[in-house]
Design a protein around this ligand. Structure first.
Ligand code: F6R
Length: 251
């Protein structure tokens, strides 16, 4: 039986609200917490809700530090397709987070290995991630840890899987524009977070979500490593979570 706390809600907006409650709780308990953030479509309702609560004076980001899961290789932080730009335009520009408290991978780093080590060392100096937000790829990836023969522990350079590039091409003019590589926190970095919050939306992810949470733990489904973490909360909409119901005990 998976130890994760699984919450099924009506829709993506409700996921945003429930996830924001978890962020608020973490920030209330530890105003100088380290938040691990994700990009993509899934966290957008959460970021909208965090901004709304900040505007209502319900949340304060002044002591918070943030780190992100990943970044495309070769894209400048100002590039509109970069994850730095995504975070700026979907969250950072609208809350009182201090610039010096934001850690992002630089897609233009000259020395990628050095950039990855600097990234991990900074996270460690800051005291480690308190709450790591993640989404799940259609192939079971977390961050950009693509299915492979082994779980890669550290922050590293990765060649993106063909299906990931195809899936992410919806945000580019064409598939050929999607970078072929990225830097990503490793499964070990994600696993080291004190608490992990996995959000999942869209019926086409229901099968991979079930395999990740209840199938064999294998690097072929990187998200399956979450089964071994002591504090994972999964929030999915009813469609995506449909296949999870048969594994869940009735309330
Ligand atoms: C994003 C990330 C990816 C996404 C995943 C799901 O920083 O690391 O693992 O979380 O690809 O993406 P969406 O939410 O767009 O379906």
């Amino acid at each position: 039986m998976n130890k994760a706390k699984i919450i099924l809600v009506k829709n993506a907006e409700e996921i945003g609200g429930r996830a924001a409650d978890i962020f608020a709780d973490t920030m209330r308990k530890k105003p100088n917490c380290i938040l691990g953030l994700a990009t993509g479509s899934t966290p957008l309702p959460l970021y909208r809700e965090l901004i709304a609560r900040y505007r209502r004076g319900e949340m304060d980001f002044s002591g918070v530090h943030t780190v992100n899961l990943d970044e495309y290789l070769g894209l400048a932080p100002e590039d509109s397709q970069s994850y730095s730009h995504f975070m700026k335009t979907n969250l950072f520009d609208f809350v009182n987070i201090k610039k010096e408290n934001i850690l992002l991978l630089n897609g233009l780093a000259e020395n990628v290995e050095k950039e990855c080590r600097h990234y991990e060392n900074t996270i460690e100096e800051w005291g480690g991630i308190d709450l790591q937000l993640i989404g799940i790829g259609h192939n079971g990836h977390i961050g950009f840890n693509e299915p492979s023969k082994e779980f890669i522990v550290e922050t590293h350079l990765i060649k993106l899987a063909q299906d990931t590039r195809k899936m992410n091409s919806r945000l580019f003019n064409s598939e050929s524009e999607v970078p072929r590589a990225a830097m990503t926190m490793g499964c070990g970095n994600i696993f080291a977070a004190k608490k992990i919050l996995l959000l999942a939306t869209g019926r086409n992810k229901s099968e991979i979500l079930e395999r990740a949470l209840f199938g064999t733990v294998t690097p072929r489904v990187p998200a399956s490593i979450l089964q071994l973490h002591p504090d994972v909360t999964v929030i999915a909409d009813a469609d995506t979570g449909e296949k999870l119901k048969r594994h869940m005990l009735p309330n």
